[in-house]
Structure formats: structure tokens, C-alpha cells
Design a protein around this ligand. Structure first.
Ligand code: ZN
Length: 350
């Protein structure tokens, strides 16, 4: 089959690799219907994290189950499934506590699982899925119309991660919210905050196309300024004190600083941007202001059931973050388009 490998900085290739095989009894083989490129895939692409040897890449996919192992009970061949950006059993203590990203038996795509089988990267034609009963969610009604597929694909990562930012920041009905970051996760954070009933949502963005999507997702105001000016502008919008909740969806020291200093005293920051070095919590400042911070790698599998209902009903359309669709064979162009910010998020179709 064909799959995407990263060979080094700005070196993405689609190559012939071995077909996946069932090996552990609880696994499944899924034919990928749609995959995509994540902002976090750009780190190895840009060389920020070095690539020592070529390896498979991609961690977001939806597809059709082709085969299941003998121990799989809930998932069946023919099911149209959503996979989270990791695999998990959904039965261990961490999964049951709502944090399946810390699954005691889980792992990551494009790497060996804990039983020694290989879990393929998502940017390929097929994926072997460990713990199929836990990892996968079957979409009721089987394979949907193509128009629904991008929305379902966001439940693998970006919509669940935006939701985690909102939940971690304590967004509830009537909250005032600021979202730092206008990538796919930040835009999904706007949508998630609106879905949870936020009264006012400020999107911080300088890009007109992202600003309009943010508004369509529920942003009531846009702030283009950053740093001190951005903080001042945000405080001004909320009685001079700042909003209840801030969603940090970037992961740099600057964005975390922006988030912590924008929240009102007693407010809360939900952080989901993968820390890219340099950010440390200013405990003295947090002591003085009672601003809280909570967040981390999003346990999106625990959110899929809840969000899926609203995706299938059409109440939310998170797949609108995809503004470019390419065949899998053009994965290299997909990375380039996202790297150069020509696209918000690129969908790959095997
Ligand atoms: Zn688990």
C-alpha cells in the first residue's frame, strides 16, 4: 500500500510500504477514507524536532473497517469509524477517568504498540488499529455522504482539542472568552466555546480568511493586536478587567503569556497548544491574580460520543477548517501549503 514517510526536514514522500496485518486479537485494519496534516506534523517538517531516520507520519483519520481480530466485539467489518490521534483501550483507570491520552495500554500512530505490533501512520491507505474496541468509534448509519466526512475527521483531533481547551478553561453558559491562536485548533476552540454557551468570544487573529471563519464559528469580536497592545485591547473589551476564560491554542511562551495576562482576576486559562519551549508559569503573577491554568494533551476519544451527536445533526460544522483537499500522493504539497500558511488545514484523500 501507499503511505507517507518523513525522511528529514522538508522531505515528505509517499512510498510503497507493507500492507498491515492483524496480529494481537484485539486489533482492526481500517481503509483510510480521509486523513489530514496537523500543525504538530510541521515541527518535524520544519526540522524543529529532528528526524534521525525515515518514519511513517500522520495521526488523524476516518475510514472503513476491513477486518477485525477475534477478540474485537464492538467494532465490525464495514463500520465507518473515527480514530483519535492515539490508540487507547477505554477500559483502564486513566481512560475511565476521562484521560484516554494517558491510557495505560495505549500508544501513538506510526509506532510499535505495547504488544509489539505496528500501528501505521494515518497518512496512508490503511492503518492497523490496536485496541479496536476502545480506540474506534463507529458512526451510526455506516459510511456517510462525502460532505459529512471532513466534519467527522475533525473529531480525531482538532475539534476535540478545541473542546478540551474550552472545558479546561471552564467555559459555560454566559462565559466571556478569548481565544489565542487562529489555527484549526483555535478556530475549533471558538466553535467549542460557542457550543458551550459562551456569551462573548474574542478571536485573536490577523488573517482575514481566518477572522471570517472565526466569526462564522461564533466569535463576536476580533482582536488583531498582540503582546501588550493585545492584552490592553482585550481588557478594554471586558470592563477593563479581562474575560472569564482564555483558550491558549498555540504553545509558545508568548501565547501563554498573552493568555495568562489577558484573563480577569479569578479567571482560567485552558491550554492545549503543544508547548514549543520557553513557557513557564509565572507563579507570583498567578498568586496575585488568582488566574488558574489547566490543560494538556486533549483526551479527544473521551469527547467523541458527545461531539459526534452535534456533528451528525449539523449543529456544528468543524470540517470547515479544511480549506484544501489533495490526493494522498500529493502529501508533500499538503505540508508545504500548511507550512507557508496558504492553507489552514489540508485534507488528504487516499
Ligand atoms: Zn486505557
Amino acid at each position: 500500500m501507499l503511505a507517507t514517510l518523513i525522511h528529514g526536514e522538508r522531505d515528505i514522500r509517499v512510498e510503497e510500504v507493507p500492507d498491515p496485518q492483524l496480529s494481537t486479537g484485539g486489533d482492526a485494519i481500517v481503509r483510510v477514507v480521509a486523513a489530514c496534516v496537523c500543525g504538530s506534523d510541521l515541527w518535524p517538517y520544519r526540522g524543529v524536532t529532528p528526524t534521525s531516520r525515515p518514519h511513517r507520519i500522520g495521526h488523524e483519520f476516518v475510514g472503513v473497517v476491513e477486518a477485525v481480530g477475534p477478540d474485537v466485539g464492538r467494532i465490525r467489518a464495514g463500520d465507518f469509524v473515527i480514530a483519535p490521534f492515539y490508540d487507547c483501550d477505554m477500559t483502564c483507570a486513566n481512560c475511565r477517568n476521562g484521560f484516554s491520552t494517558s491510557c495505560l495500554n495505549g500508544g501513538w500512530w506510526g509506532a510499535k504498540d505495547r504488544l509489539g505490533g505496528f500501528a501505521d501512520g494515518a497518512q496512508g491507505e490503511r492503518v492497523r488499529v490496536p485496541h479496536a474496541d476502545g480506540s474506534l468509534t463507529a458512526v451510526p448509519g455506516g459510511e456517510p455522504d462525502w460532505a459529512m466526512v471532513p466534519h467527522l475527521l475533525t473529531l480525531a483531533d482538532v475539534m476535540g482539542t478545541g473542546h478540551h481547551a474550552a472545558v479546561s478553561a471552564g467555559v459555560r453558559a454566559g462565559s466571556t472568552v478569548v481565544v489565542v491562536g487562529d489555527g484549526a485548533v483555535g478556530l475549533c476552540g471558538v466553535l467549542a466555546a460557542a457550543r458551550l454557551g459562551a456569551a462573548r468570544i474574542v478571536a485573536m487573529s490577523r488573517h482575514s480568511s481566518r477572522q471570517s471563519l472565526a466569526r462564522e464559528f461564533g466569535a463576536t469580536d476580533i482582536v488583531e493586536e498582540r503582546g501588550e497592545e493585545g492584552i490592553a485591547r482585550v481588557k478594554e473589551l471586558f470592563d477593563g478587567i479581562g474575560p472569564d476564560c482564555v483558550l491558549e491554542c498555540v504553545g509558545t511562551a508568548e501565547s501563554m503569556d498573552q493568555a495568562l495576562r489577558s484573563a480577569r482576576p479569578g479567571g482560567q486559562v485552558g491550554f492545549v497548544g503543544v508547548p514549543n519551549g520557553g513557557s513557564e508559569l509565572p507563579i507570583r503573577e498567578m498568586f496575585d491574580t488568582n488566574v488558574g491554568a489547566r490543560g494538556g494533551v486533549a483526551p479527544v476519544r473521551n469527547y467523541i460520543d458527545e461531539l459526534l451527536v452535534d456533528v451528525l445533526s449539523g449543529a456544528i460544522e468543524p470540517g470547515r477548517v479544511f480549506d484544501l483537499e489533495l490526493p494522498l500522493t500529493q502529501a508533500a504539497e499538503a505540508y508545504a501549503a500548511m507550512d507557508e500558511r496558504r492553507a489552514i488545514k489540508v485534507l488528504l484523500r487516499p
